[in-house]
Write a protein that binds this ligand. Structure first.
Ligand code: ADP
Ligand code: ASP
Ligand code: MG
Length: 400
């Protein structure tokens, strides 16, 4: 088989861990498979590099951030290749550029346009273990780009799709996908299978175990995705088509997104074009606006609230100051988004009201609500995020 294996930050977090990964890769090779490995930076490295830049400014230029951040994955990919070579195996490390990963020009959040697999395939044919630095690519102008936080998952899926690998294994520090983050709720249960769509909701709503764009691409390219631990031999979770899953629970899990900030504009003019003006400017700066709340105005003015990723709040402030849509703007980084996810909701009522009830019983105030066919999301004070997750997890009997 042709297998893509991706190892995340904790899996390659120390030299000993990289040695363990090398041994696991060798086991796969000895079982007769061909492998392409994708690695993340050592855990904490990308955050550390980001903090370095923030020593100088809160809003560093994104082109330079990409050059800086991409260094973390270069370190681990070359070290893993060296570890494999030291054990007598043929291995070659490649940066994103060398691996032929071409992206658009959106620095720190680039999309993969195409992968030129020539080099990867040639090295594979020559009997090498190919180790690719995740999270990075090259723009058509030859600039280094990165794929957004957690982007090594996307590198792995995109490579698996382009070399038509039989399977793409994502190795991390938990045994698979759970009903909620097992670090928040130890009673969380591991799922054997989950559909692409539910996983996509989970990932988009903050379950960082898989990057959301990697799930989207896996669905599009029909990549067989497995999440499992690099610390043991336990079977992981298969992410697959909905028709391959027999049991469809009403609610499959609870997600918590801590990377949220709320922006509220008070006394905005209630006239056509205001929302267009604000959100066009934010879109132009590639800021991802999530929930938006606006009410009917009174006396020609209204309030407008929305959320953005917390790490884009400084950029958002800059944009809001420029357009000057309201004199009173309140920025609150201390909020989180809690979401209840499940395809079973499509055909059942009462899921949302149970969520509101549960939070009311815990005396947790809900600041914003948004729903879709398969999820209910609520913005609450950061202090109560984990409590909200645990009480919802138990209210929907996910621990049973
Ligand atoms: P890696 O560095 O391997 O990419 P991440 O830290 O990005 O790992 O993702 C793994 C983490 O995701 C786990 O340690 C866990 O705390 C968290 N997580 C959040 N939600 C879930 C979930 N529903 N199931 C499993 N893990 C989850
Ligand atoms: N190192 C990058 C990050 O921390 C990419 C990744 O780990 O997938 O976001
Ligand atoms: Mg990750």
């Amino acid at each position: 088989m042709l297998i893509v294996q991706k190892y995340g930050g904790t899996s390659v977090g120390t030299l000993e861990r990289i040695d363990e990964v090398a041994k696991r890769v060798i086991k796969t090779i000895e079982a007769g498979h061909n492998v392409v490995i994708v690695v993340s930076a050592m855990s904490g490295e990308t955050n550390k590099l980001t903090e370095y830049a923030k020593y100088f400014t809160q809003t560093p230029q994104k082109r330079e951030m990409d050059l800086l951040l991409s260094s973390g994955e270069r370190v681990t990919s070359s070290l893993l290749a060296i570890a494999l070579q030291s054990k007598g195996y043929k291995a070659v490390a490649l940066t994103g550029r060398q691996a032929g990963i071409y992206t658009d020009e959106v620095h720190t959040g680039a999309r993969i346009d195409k992968i030129d697999t020539k080099k990867i395939n040639t090295y594979l044919q020559e009997g090498n273990i190919v180790v690719v630095a995740g999270f990075q690519g090259i723009t058509n102008n030859g600039e280094v780009s990165t794929l957004g936080r957690g982007g090594s998952d996307l590198s792995a899926v995109a490579i698996a799709g382009s070399i038509t690998a039989d399977i793409c294994e994502i190795y991390t520090d938990v045994d698979g996908i759970y009903t909620t983050d097992p670090r928040i709720e130890p009673k969380a249960k591991k799922l054997n299978k989950i559909s692409y769509d539910e996983m996509l909701e989970f990932a988009s709503l903050g379950a960082k175990v898989l990057q959301n764009r990697s799930v989207e691409l896996a669905k599009k390219l029909n990549v067989n995705l497995i999440t499992r631990s690099s610390f043991n031999e336990n079977e992981g979770t298969l992410i697959t088509k909905e028709e391959n899953i027999m049991e469809k629970p009403l609610v499959s899990g609870i997600a918590l997104d801590k990377n949220q900030a709320r922006v509220t504009l008070r006394g905005v003019k209630d006239e056509p074009g205001i929302a267009a003006k604000i959100f066009n400017k934010l879109a132009h700066e590639h800021i991802n606006v999530d929930m938006i709340i606006q009410n009917i105005g009174l006396d020609g003015v209204t309030n407008l609230g929305f959320t953005v990723p917390e790490n884009e709040l400084e950029e958002t402030k800059k944009v809001m100051n420029k357009i000057n849509a309201s004199k009173i703007i309140d920025f609150d980084p201390n909020v989180v988004k809690v979401s209840v996810v499940g395809v079973g909701m499509k055909s059942h009522s009462g899921v949302a009201s149970k969520a509101f009830d549960t939070l009311a019983k815990e005396n947790i105030n809900i600041q914003m609500i948004s729903t879709s066919e398969i999820k209910v999301s609520m913005i609450v004070d950061e202090k109560y995020g984990e409590l909200a997750v645990r009480s919802l997890h138990s209210a929907y009997n996910l621990d049973k």
